[in-house]
Design a protein around this ligand. Sequence first.
Ligand SMILES: Nc1nc2c(ncn2[C@@H]2O[C@H](COP(=O)(O)OP(=O)(O)OP(=O)(O)O)[C@@H](O)[C@H]2O)c(=O)[nH]1
Ligand SMILES: [Mg+2]
Length: 282
Amino acid sequence: MIINVCTVPGELAQYVYILKCCSNSMASYKMLVKDVIHKADILLEIVDARFPQETRNSHVEDDLIRMGKPFIIVLNKCDLVSKKSLDKAKSSLSTIAPTVFVSGKDKSGTTILRHKIMELAGINKLKGGDILVGCLGYPNVGKSSVINGVTGRHRAGTSSISGHTKGVQLVNAGSNIKFIDTPGVIPFDEHDECMQGLLGIKDATHLKDTLGVALKMVEILCSENKAALESLYNVTIEEQDAYEVIELIGQKSNFLKKKGEIDEMRVSWKIIDDWQKGILVV
Ligand SMILES: Nc1nc2c(ncn2[C@@H]2O[C@H](COP(=O)(O)OP(=O)(O)OP(=O)(O)O)[C@@H](O)[C@H]2O)c(=O)[nH]1
Ligand SMILES: [Mg+2]
């Protein structure tokens, strides 16, 4: 992979530069991660608060520890999980690194995150001048949204469609903090459809196993927040398995095929869409 550092001229030069990645292969992602770790003074490992373990990356954490870089694990999208789940995640992750909960959506926790960054910068007696904060994480976990939350402005582009951030961008957050926003530099295994659906990396129209992904969502909700399913779809869930719950929702929502059978696909699409829009929370 060739990385060109090109400085954007004019006033944008204050806070934007782009490292152009000439290929998207796994090897190039690894190089990009190493490059960002090398350049940054502090790193944020952004994870999805609904799936902290699945969206952590132990290789990245090993690199951070090996390269002696301080890092903070940021549990983003905490508006989509209960306090109980957050506390559980915090107790397991805080043994690895300082852990902060934020929501890029309602901006909660972003002031604490800024303070934590300043605290780490102080502790490590960093060079004078700007503190460079690198943001790493899987696609769509909310890297750019977290940066916008801390800067208080929409400076990093965001989108519900993953892969929005294309190159590496430097974003000025004031008070001598600059963020390095990266594209979803840690690629998921292409075959892990379920995770791609759960994280909103692929929407219902792009998933092959739509029913399988919807079943997983129902399974998680039945164990973590059954009430969310019950109130949204006006159903009562007792001992049914995930497939039966899908049938029940289809019946109640009148999602039927011509012969009166439940249209499982339509139910699956609806569940995936509601999950990805944050209407169904765990
Ligand atoms: N509910 C909720 N949605 C969020 C939060 N943070 C980000 N999102 C949404 O998640 C989607 C992805 O956010 P981005 O900030 O673009 O994510 P990213 O990690 O920068 O994505 P890539 O650059 O594509 O890898 C967008 O639809 C955001 O609105 C959050 O805290 N809560
Ligand atoms: Mg982004």
